[in-house]
Design a protein around this ligand. Structure first.
Ligand SMILES: Cc1cc2nc3c(=O)[nH]c(=O)nc-3n(C[C@H](O)[C@H](O)[C@H](O)COP(=O)(O)OP(=O)(O)OC[C@H]3O[C@@H](n4cnc5c(N)ncnc54)[C@H](O)[C@@H]3O)c2cc1C
Length: 407
């Protein structure tokens, strides 16, 4: 009989895990808390080459990322307009595809459509609140609406504020606020000298700004503002126009197009507190396991959270396919993943700190980009490769299937 997996969370890790499990011969249903798929609003994210590679292992990278546009490089500047460096966002896959920037809602929709077209079932409005573990070893998920679902295993893909993480270990750490709030928007009809498809990231005097020209000539942008966490009441009391005015004020002293781009654009993401999750001691217990942001959330600054979630999803499915028990599969998955993901989260935290203005930062930044942020230095992040056909059973998993970074 086919094993059945309960997947909690229909963001990024969830649908990718469901497709990978299905390919591994394990039936999966995705249970998503929201009553329907995300509306067509929200910010953009960049899927780096290693994320593409994970989707490629499922023959899904082209269809899933079709609504995005290529962004292969980042140009870094300071608030005085001085260029600090140019960094690639990974190389290319053998078929020539490279990193892609895509609206989050479009990525969600494409993952949903691709997964359902492969026979994966989704149930919306299913917020996990508890689990029961019957003596025979399976797991029952209990949802807020009073319904339940049973399966051989439960995979928590429920993001940085994961309930599954707490059900596995009530003492598990919560997300850590990284000292930045996020804003994002889109501007049409404004011409800038920026090369299309190249992210321009500006270490402004008071806040950080990124922008890129997309394939239709519009400008995708975001701002990271160093400050304390924004409360729900402050968010509710502040209009989009007020946030825009605040952002324009923050960038007005910089020699950059930030203030002009914000003034002419629409704010699509406002006052989103940024969290990371450096190290979660327990990733699995019994028939439950966590992947993606639920297990290790890097700061968005790393540009890696979505890609790591995709890598996790595919590798966990390979472990479940190849190992003789669920316990062994979870142990192999953790052994293959923990060191890499925690190292990337730590790098992301360092990069987030660099966004907080300061005299020393401005002094050392050019050296950092000259010597440490190069394609070669970042190859251990971007060149991660998954061979779907390699066996990951515990006796072979140290060498097979996944090319691990060299320390
Ligand atoms: C502003 C911003 C910009 C970012 N930019 C980038 C970028 O450029 N590149 C990049 O790689 N990463 C980026 N990230 C990080 C990336 O978004 C995350 O790492 C990624 O979404 C993690 O995927 P996930 O599936 O693990 O979690 P999520 O995408 O958070 O999905 C979790 C899902 O679980 C659902 N859920 C939550 N609780 C429950 C529950 N109890 N029951 C059922 N369902 C539940 C949620 O509704 C959600 O759909 C960014 C993040 C932010 C905030």
């Amino acid at each position: 009989m086919k094993r059945k997996a309960l997947i909690i969370g229909g963001g990024i890790a969830g649908p990718v895990a469901a497709m990978a499990l299905q390919r591994a011969g394990i039936e999966a249903t995705v249970y998503e808390a929201y009553p329907q798929r995300t509306a067509d609003v929200g910010s953009y994210l960049t899927v780096a080459t290693n994320g593409l590679d994970a989707l490629c292992a499922l023959d899904a990278h082209k269809t899933v990322l079709a609504a995005g546009f290529p962004t292969r490089h980042i140009v870094l500047l300071n608030g005085a307009g001085k260029r600090l460096g140019r960094v690639p966002i990974g190389g290319t896959l053998p078929d020539g595809s490279g990193s892609i920037t895509i609206k989050r809602a479009h990525l969600h929709r494409a993952l949903y459509e691709q997964a359902t077209s492969r026979g994966v079932r989704f149930e919306f409005g299913k917020r996990l609140v508890d689990v029961e573990a019957p003596p025979q070893g399976s797991v029952i998920a209990c949802f807020e609406d009073g319904t339940q679902a049973g399966g051989a295993l439960l995979i928590g893909c429920d993001g940085v504020h994961s309930v599954t993480r707490r059900l596995i270990d009530p003492a598990a750490p919560a997300g850590r606020y990284v000292g930045l709030t996020n804003f994002g928007g889109y501007t049409r009809g404004l011409s800038t000298p920026a090369e299309p498809g190249v992210w321009h990231m500006i270490f402004g005097r008071r806040a950080f700004f990124g922008h890129v020209v997309d394939s239709s000539g519009g400008l995708v942008w975001f701002a990271n503002v160093p400050r304390g966490e924004i409360s729900k009441s402050e968010r509710q009391a502040t209009t989009s126009q007020q946030w825009k005015e605040h952002l324009i004020d923050l960038f007005t002293d910089d020699r950059s197009p930030a203030a002009e781009i914000i003034a002419a654009g629409e704010l699509e993401l406002a006052a989103d507190n940024t969290y990371d999750l450096p190290s979660v001691p327990t990733w699995h217990k019994g028939a439950m396991v966590i992947i993606g942001d639920a297990a290790h959330a890097p700061s968005p600054t790393s540009g890696q959270g979505a890609s790591l979630a995709m890598e996790d999803a595919v590798i966990l499915a390979q472990c479940l396919r190849d190992c003789s028990s669920i316990a062994e599969a979870f142990a192999v998955y953790e052994r293959l993943r923990r060191r890499r993901v925690e190292r990337i989260v730590a790098e992301g935290a360092r990069q987030s700190n660099n966004k907080i203005p300061g005299f020393v930062r401005d002094l050392v930044m050019p050296l950092i980009f000259k010597f440490f942020v190069t394609q070669k230095a970042l190859s251990w992040v971007h060149d991660h490769h998954i061979d779907w056909n390699a066996c990951l059973a515990s006796d072979t998993s140290r060498t097979a299937g996944v090319r691990l970074e060299v320390a």
